[in-house]
Design a binder for this molecule. Structure first.
Ligand SMILES: [Zn+2]
Length: 290
């Protein structure tokens, strides 16, 4: 089997590394609420011969059964996860596949262990899975500027839609399941990941992780909503996260922002003030931390 030589690693080695790191991450993160045991995992070679990939494949199957993805989409992801990359594989392809495995594995916890109450919150499991996948995979690609990559992949597209008058909020009511497909677009795929990172920044990395753990623990083998997570995080944060969520998640749009600069003479800056205004003229205030 031809293997891609990437950063001194073969494709097989990278794959194995991603699987180990992914499983370890969730073992540390979600144990003991995961309902999985290390023994059960190790002793079921026919089901999960390889850590992250096996878990990811199971998550795809569960997702297809629950109607989160179509059978065709599930088949496509399974193929991507099982296809070995050849020697000409690019860094983006390697990163892409590693991220896919970590993403699908994350769904064992965010989507399967805890399922959203209704399709108005399906976006949460996607955002959580991407968020976790980035934390797992990025350290294996230290030479990649992940911040720049994230910015380019999300902000311009999110702004492009969110600045229009017809923009929808991230969280939308869905009275009929047949309309579920209409929820998905740049607001869920590009804006939601941005606000997820912003939420972590607002709360702090450790309290945020603890809140996510509590969320898993509280709703394991059950259903949950976005407001339930906000409530958990809000309890342990001095910030008003409910107000933050109301304007960033439950409402469309974003503020117009500008900077006011006071020069201090001899080339220095005496003060820099960031101001915001509601372009819709509704007087909304978007809480942020930069
Ligand atoms: Zn997903």
């Amino acid at each position: 089997m031809a293997s891609a030589a990437y950063n001194g690693l073969t494709d097989d080695q990278l794959l194995e590394g991603v699987q180990q790191v992914t499983f370890q991450y969730f073992w540390d993160f979600a144990h003991p609420v995961s309902g999985l045991t290390r023994e059960g995992y190790t002793h079921a070679p026919d089901i999960c011969t390889t850590g992250g990939t096996g878990m990811g494949l199971m998550a795809v199957v569960v997702g297809a059964n629950r109607g989160f993805v179509t059978r065709a989409q599930a088949a496509d992801r399974v193929l991507q996860m099982l296809t070995f990359l050849d020697e000409s594989a690019t860094q983006a392809q390697m990163l892409g596949r590693a991220s896919l495995i970590a993403h699908e594995t994350a769904h064992m916890w965010f989507g399967d262990l805890v399922t959203m109450n209704w399709f108005d919150d399906v976006w949460t499991k996607e955002v959580f899975a991407n968020f976790m996948a980035a934390k797992i995979v990025h350290p294996s690609f230290p030479e990649v500027d992940h911040e720049l990559r994230f910015l380019l992949a999300h902000h311009p597209t999110a702004y492009g839609v969110d600045r229009t008058e017809g923009a929808n909020p991230i969280r939308q009511a869905l009275p009929n399941l047949r309309e579920a497909g209409t929820l998905y677009g740049a607001i869920i795929y590009q804006k939601a990941p941005v606000i997820m990172r912003q939420l972590e920044l607002l709360v702090g990395e450790d309290p945020f992780r603890d809140g996510m753990r509590e969320y898993l623990q509280t709703f394991a083998f059950g259903n949950a909503t976005w407001p339930a997570l906000v409530e958990i995080l809000d309890r342990n944060s001095p910030e008003d996260l409910r107000a933050w969520s109301d304007v960033w998640v439950e409402e469309p749009g974003r503020p117009t922002v500008w900077a006011e600069l006071q020069p201090g003479g001899d080339g220095t800056v005496a003060s820099l003030t960031l101001r915001q205004a509601d372009p819709a003229g509704e007087g909304r205030v978007w809480a942020w931390r930069s």
